[in-house]
Design a protein around this ligand. Structure first.
Ligand code: BGC
Length: 258
């Protein structure tokens, strides 16, 4: 299957790697650069350019390969329809055309949680599960991906559900936990309330929890009580990078599992 180039644009870090598409593993270390202050499209494009130059040392001969770029936005046909924790200049922008012109290569743009979801069902914690899989990424916000019988339902925004008068991601994301200085029992309580609501709405067969916080899942998973099995992400924090690489290499076919 060869390899693909994947980049995940987050609120704090922009990460990227050349990914072996047979195993779903980054070919070397995941490179990361700080997200520029303010997150304007221009500044982010400069950082992507630098990151891609670094990745070419990991994957010689990749200079004309398409790059997959995952962003924290609703993405329809390469155009961003929202921007969470990023500058408003992303909204309404044809990000694909803009980045293709700036980076001088083909670019595929996908929502970051959708990228993570694709990677988890293809290579990670959802690999052996059919039916409805819900992947939630707990990071700066809460990202969501719904995969039904191997097919992604793109652009779900379940972090924006309102719970007890608050947007869920402002209460139950990893950053919300840190900002409020919550211990694990308190945080697990908030997560329980959120997940119980989502479980009621979607009746999934499996919930996968990703984002950097999934590395600490032993602190909160045992405190949850749901009907649905819950697993930590298999690819932890590199799922977005892996999914973006898969999407770049396989295009829309990445959305349907073999
Ligand atoms: C955004 C989503 C994104 C998620 C994770 C949310 O605030 O609306 O599009 O997937 O954060 O970054």
């Amino acid at each position: 299957m060869g390899f693909g180039l994947g980049i995940d644009v987050g609120g704090t870090w922009i990460k990227g790697a050349a990914v072996d598409l047979g195993s779903g593993l980054p070919a070397g270390a995941v490179h990361r650069l700080r997200t520029p202050e303010g997150g304007t499209v221009e500044a982010v494009a400069d950082t992507l350019d630098r990151l891609l130059t670094e990745l070419e040392t990991q994957a010689p001969g990749s200079s004309n390969r398409p790059a997959g770029v995952a962003i924290p936005s609703i993405v329809r046909g390469g155009v961003a329809a929202s921007a969470a924790n990023m500058d408003g200049s992303w909204i309404g922008l044809d990000v694909r055309s803009f980045l293709e012109a700036r980076l001088g290569r083909a670019v595929c743009v996908v929502n970051d949680a959708d990228a993570a979801g694709l990677a988890e069902v293809r290579y990670g914690a959802g690999r052996d599960v059919s039916g409805t899989v819900l992947v939630l990424t707990l990071g700066t916000g809460i990202g969501s991906a719904l995969i039904v019988d191997g097919r992604l339902v793109p652009n779900l925004e379940l972090g924006h559900l309102e719970l007890a008068g608050h947007k869920a991601e402002t209460r139950a994301s990893a950053v919300a936990r840190e900002a409020a200085g919550l211990g694990w029992p308190e945080y697990a309580g908030r997560l329980q309330q959120y997940l119980a609501h989502v479980e009621f709405l979607f009746s999934p067969d499996l919930i996968i929890l990703g984002g950097g916080i999934s590395a600490c899942s032993s602190e909160f998973l045992p405190r949850l009580s749901l009907r649905t099995p819950v697993r930590p992400a298999g690819l932890e924090n590199s799922a977005g990078v892996v999914g973006a690489a898969l999407y770049a290499a396989a295009g829309r076919e990445a959305l349907v599992l073999p």
